[in-house]
Design a protein around this ligand. Structure first.
Ligand code: DX5
Ligand code: ZN
Length: 215
């Protein structure tokens, strides 16, 4: 029931081929790829070339988390490279509604991500058309940070709106997710768990299995 999305930010890039095989043999359904610009977030990492390389080696859903100012500049390249879900931070663009529509025109899924400091109210008008709402449970930019427990209320608020209005989006959480915090998020309404350090700093298969069994 719960979808597990191992975050490749914490993977061993020199062993990625083996790690992808291990993940393939696990219950994980997504691979989470963080794309950062050193501007919206204070870190730089993967881009569309990496997405296309990973695409060539997996049939798992590529869940692309775009932490970039003016996401129009990279979203389409990431889509072309084989990203399946394109999630951006709505405050990084003037035209979030249009960007979601354009992602849909490409036959891709569109998501919006909420920084811990960003309330959902200003972006509720996007909820009827998005495929995924990502509630960040750390400040975006780095792996290995501590889960912000205050975000559980935001997850529950998103879940409440989803149920009241029959919205179809998935509710994803990202940052500091392990078996304990993952359980808290699932209890609050999340159904997609991103996990970087917890997966790659432990036995990959065991960690993914633990997360996938949460309910
Ligand atoms: C942080 C990224 C996360 C990161 C999570 O900005 O969006 O996807 O990889 O790492 P952990 O699970 O270690 O907090
Ligand atoms: Zn992420």
């Amino acid at each position: 029931m719960v979808i597990v999305a191992p975050s490749l930010l914490s993977s061993d890039l020199f062993a990625l081929s083996d790690q992808l095989k291990t993940i393939k043999a696990s219950p994980a359904q997504y691979l989470h790829v963080d794309i950062m610009d050193g501007h919206y977030v204070p870190n730089i990492n993967f881009g569309d070339k990496f997405v296309s390389e990973v695409r060539a080696h997996t049939d798992l859903t590529l869940d692309c988390h775009i932490m970039v100012q003016d996401p129009e500049q990279v979203v389409f390249d990431v889509a072309k490279a084989g990203g399946d879900i394109l999630t951006f931070h709505p405050e990084t663009t003037q035209h979030a509604y249009r960007l979601i529509e354009e992602i849909h025109k490409l036959g891709k899924k569109a998501g919006i991500a909420f920084d811990p400091a960003l309330g959902i109210a200003a972006y509720e008008d996007l909820f009827p058309i998005v495929d995924q709402v990502l509630v960040m449970t750390v400040s975006p930019g780095f792996g290995g940070q501590t889960f912000i427990e205050n975000m559980l209320g935001k997850i529950a608020a998103v879940k409440k709106l989803q149920q009241e209005n029959n919205y179809h989006f998935d509710i994803e959480v990202d940052g500091g997710i392990n078996a304990q915090t993952g359980q808290q998020c699932v209890t609050s309404g999340a159904n997609v768990l991103v996990a970087g350090s917890f997966v790659f700093k432990n036995d990959i298969q065991t960690a993914i299995a633990q997360l996938s069994q949460l309910q």
